[in-house]
Design a protein around this ligand. Structure first.
Ligand SMILES: [Zn+2]
Length: 268
């Protein structure tokens, strides 16, 4: 028997032991799951083996609906991701969608450095778009922190992509209560960081996005220093504020493609 077959046998052995232990601890656990899954959460994360949604959050089978791909990207035309989001929102009625990146993400690193890795180059091209959009900021940061800053910027970008999807626009138009969050996970310490990028369709998306980008820039350029912004209002105030008047002043931070508040606010 080869080593690889030994390994697979181990997986089945562990599975049998786990199922038996679960049934001993909580009789009827599996038969209860057969009837229905009622997760409150949807997790959109990286495929990276070090970032398992259930274990990180202490959630059991049936408690989190998961979609993962390389570098946690949500592309407007990706029927796989969109179908998962639609099922989660419209059928499972999840209350929270977490877009979860992780520090040191290999996909983000390849995108940042322009490393060719094969077919996936076309997939992570989406992250290179994020990199290019924030190029001035990224170039201004110390080289060692650029990957992790881009990991967070990528999360912010993908939160927006979820928020402007037809699934979310329709859900909020119906008055459905579902929030999108942006998190980043530390493979090095096992801790989740909340990027305070929560979107529920009631506040201007572009203001939330810009405030998040501002925090990310501050965090990585001035680590440890409190975020004080003058003469403009504090970032938190900006999130609460009504949509700003259109301005002709160009901004490198604002993605030209994502929707405005009008697209994501629920119908009055
Ligand atoms: Zn990754």
């Amino acid at each position: 028997m080869s080593d690889s077959e030994d390994t697979l046998d181990d997986l089945f052995a562990h599975n049998r032991a786990w199922a038996a232990q679960m049934e001993r601890d909580r009789p009827g656990f599996f038969t209860g799951l057969v009837k229905q899954q009622t997760p409150r959460y949807m997790w959109i994360g990286c495929s990276d083996s070090r970032v398992p949604a259930n274990q990180i959050t202490g959630l059991e089978p049936g408690e989190v609906f998961v979609h993962r791909n390389v570098a946690n990207i949500v592309v407007h035309s990706d029927l796989n991701a969109l179908s998962a989001i639609q099922f989660a929102v419209e059928h499972l009625k999840v209350e929270h969608i977490m877009v979860v990146g992780h520090y040191g993400c290999a996909g983000v690193k390849a995108a940042l450095n322009g490393t060719r890795i094969g077919l996936a180059d076309n997939w992570i091209r989406h992250i290179q778009d994020v990199r290019d959009r924030h190029g001035v900021m990224i170039d201004s940061l110390p080289e060692p922190v650029r990957v992790d800053a881009l990991c967070e910027l990528n999360v912010a970008e993908q939160v927006v992509n979820v928020a402007v999807s037809t699934v979310m626009v329709d859900a909020w138009s119906r008055g459905q209560k579902v929030r999108i969050h942006g998190w980043c996970y530390g493979v090095h310490d096992g801790l989740l960081q909340d990027l305070r990028l929560s979107v529920d369709g009631s506040k201007p998306l572009d203001a939330i996005y810009k405030a998040a980008v501002q925090r990310i820039r501050h965090k990585w350029s001035k680590p440890g220093e409190p975020l004080v912004i003058t003469p403009r209002p504090r970032a938190e105030a900006a999130v609460q504020a009504p949509p700003p008047a259109p301005t002709s002043q160009p901004t490198l931070e604002a993605p030209a493609a994502f929707g405005t508040a009008d697209h994501v606010s629920p119908a009055p």
